[in-house]
Design a protein around this ligand. Structure first.
Ligand SMILES: [Zn+2]
Length: 234
């Protein structure tokens, strides 16, 4: 029988690892495994084991765990036939080698022309441009509203973050924001733009975010629930 699961954040080898901790009435020993779908580690505790004992077990295997997590294959590679949630709407990737015109959207399909070995890179470039086209105007609007200048906008393939704001005002965003609903992207842009005025996550910061978007709470909640899923793409 599966018991309730809780999440514990651990600092292992300099990186923060979110660990699911679950009690199992059937487990004989403390066990550590990686959930391949969620790409998160899970600690299973038998009835009599203390949680502290389990966490000690995880720490003793930090090297192994971090290696395994780093080596996890991208769950949904970019290739013909795969599905991709563009703006949170499922789209099928269609490879059309004979076509000309690069990459384009056609109803619920994303068509990629050219040779198969270039499909992933072409699609990735296109998604980055789509992400930038959605993010840049939102940054401009919100920065104007805030009355703060910003530096360069970069769209990156970040492995764990949604965005960041450098002290010099440069903003960077994860291309995977193009996979989220509009209002989630709106929240992340508001979050990073708010950092132009307030660098930390104080009450004043969240007040500023609320001035720039109506979706702070729902956006955060959505990312908490769906964020991991989106990191499996590409
Ligand atoms: Zn922040």
């Amino acid at each position: 029988m599966a018991g309730p699961t809780k999440t514990v954040s651990l600092l292992l080898d300099g990186q923060t690892v979110d660990l699911a901790v679950r009690r199992s009435a059937r487990a004989q020993n403390i066990a550590l495994r990686i959930d391949p779908a969620k790409q998160t580690p899970e600690l299973v505790l038998p009835p009599r084991a203390a949680e502290s004992e389990g966490l000690e077990f995880v720490r003793s295997r930090a090297g192994w765990l971090c290696e395994r997590l780093a080596a996890l294959p991208p769950h949904v590679p970019f290739r013909d036939g795969e599905s991709l949630p563009l703006r949170d709407v499922p789209h099928r990737i269609v490879h059309d080698p004979g076509a000309r015109g690069g990459v384009w959207r056609d109803m619920d399909r994303i068509v990629v022309s050219g040779r198969a070995e270039h499909l992933a890179r072409r699609l990735q470039d296109w998604l980055r441009r789509e992400a930038r086209a959605a993010i840049a105007p939102a940054v401009q609007d919100k920065a104007r509203l805030l009355g703060r200048p910003f530096g360069k906008i970069t769209v990156r393939n970040q492995r764990s973050r949604w965005g960041s704001c450098a002290p010099n005002g440069n903003l960077s965003f994860n291309w995977r924001l193009v996979l989220t609903p509009d209002w989630v992207l709106d929240y992340v842009v508001a979050h990073e733009v708010a950092h132009l005025a307030v660098p930390n996550h104080s009450t004043a910061f969240w007040r500023t975010v609320d001035q720039l978007t109506h979706h702070a709470d729902t956006g955060r909640a959505w990312l908490r629930q769906n964020g991991d899923r989106l990191f499996r793409y590409g």
